[in-house]
Design a protein around this ligand. Sequence first.
Ligand SMILES: [Zn+2]
Length: 445
Amino acid sequence: MTGALRSAISGGVDPYLPGIGDDGYAVDQYTLDLDYRVAANRLSGSAEISAMALRALPRLRFDLSGLRVSRVRVNGLKARHTQTPHHLTVTPATPIAAGDRVTVQIDYAGSPRSRRSTWGPVGWEELDDGVIVAAQPSGASTWFPCNDHPSDKAHYDIRIVADAGYTVVANGRQVSSRPSGGRRAWHFVQEQPTSTYLATVQIGRYTSTKVDLDGVAGHLVYPPAIAPRVKHDFRELGAMMALYRRLFGEYPFDGYTVVVTADELEIPLEAQGAAIFGANHAAGDDAWNRLIAHELAHQWFGNSVGVSAWEHIWLNEGFACYSEWLWSEDRGGPTVEECARQHYGGLEEQPEDIVIGAPGAADMFDDRVYKRGALTLHALRRLLGDDAFFALLRDWCADNRYGSVGTVDFLHAASAAAGSGRGGAVRELLESWLFATALPAFPRG
Ligand SMILES: [Zn+2]
C-alpha cells in the first residue's frame, strides 16, 4: 500500500500507534452480542457499530485482530469486506457522505488472543480458567472490531453468553444475568463515553460482594478461596473514594467494580468503571494499597478525562501517581511532601533523557512519566497554593468530563487558575518539568 493511499484510508491518527485507528469517522455506540466458550476459547457474535462519517468514505476501516468476519452489512445492506491480520476494510454498496450516520453490522468469530505491541502482549488473554482483557493501548481489536484510538469515545451495550459457573464482568451497569439454554446470559450498558482500550470483559469462577463506596455502588469480584484477603486489602476503597470525591469532584461513573483474578498478574490495570488485580495483589498484607488508590484515581484521570493522543499519557499516569501520594497522607502514611522527596531522589539516580510531555512510544509507560508527572503537579501546587491547585483539579475534571485532552489544554487551565500576571510562571514551570530532559530543582513552598 502506498503512503498516500494509507493516509486516504486511515489518516494520521496517532504517531504512537501507526496504522491503528481511523479519523474518518467517529463511533457513537458499540453494540456487542457475543458468545464465549471458556474451555475452547471460542468467541463468536456480532458487533453493531453506529458512527458518523467525518469525511466522504468510500471504505471504512476497523481494527480487528485475528478474528474471522463472515458477514458485513452497512445500513442494512450487504457490503463487501477484506481482512488483513489486524484490519477489516468494508466497502459499502454506496459511498458514505461526510456527515452521514452509518450503522455497520459485523458477524465474526474465532479464538481470541492478545496481539504483540511495543509494550508486550495486549488485549484478550486466557487465564488458567477464564479471561482478562488488558487492552491498553492497542488491544481492543483482539475482541471486537473498533476504531482503536482513545479520543474516539463511544457508548457500549455488551451482551455475552458464557458457560454456567462463570461470572462475567463488562463495563457499566449490569442490566441482567439469567440462565440461557444451560449457560448464562449477561448484559451490561455503559452510558458514559468510553475509550476502546478501557472497554473490558473479565470472566472467571468468581463470587461478587456489594460494597458501599462513600455512596458509590461498589462490587468486589474474586475467587471465593481468597475472600478474606480481598476483603482485607480492599477495605479502604470507601475512604479512598471519599477522599477523591472531595478533592476531584463527583465520581464520574455508575459504579466501581474491582476484579481480582485467581491468576497472578504483573500489574493491576484500570478499565472504565472498573479495575483488575491479580491474586498476588491481594495477599492480605496491604502491600499494594497504593496501587488500589492509583487505579481508582484513573476513573477521573484517564477514564473520564481521557487523552486525545498517547503522547499526553502523563495526564493519566502523573495524576494517578500524585493521587497515590494524596491518599498516603490521608491515611496517615508518608505525607505528599515525603513521597515527593523520596521519588525526586529516585529520579536523580536515573538518566535525565526523557521528555515526559512527549516521551515517545517506547517510553510511554516509563516509570519516570509517572513519578516526574506527579512531581510536576507537586511543583504546580507549590506555585499556585493549595486552594487554587485543588480548584484547578476539580475544574479540570468537571470541564473535561468524558472528553479528551492534551497537555496544552492543561497549560491553559493551569494558567487561568494562576490568575492574572502569573500565566508566564506556570508556562515556565510546566515547560521545565514536561518538555526539558534536565530534572528541575525540587519544588519548595
Ligand atoms: Zn496508571
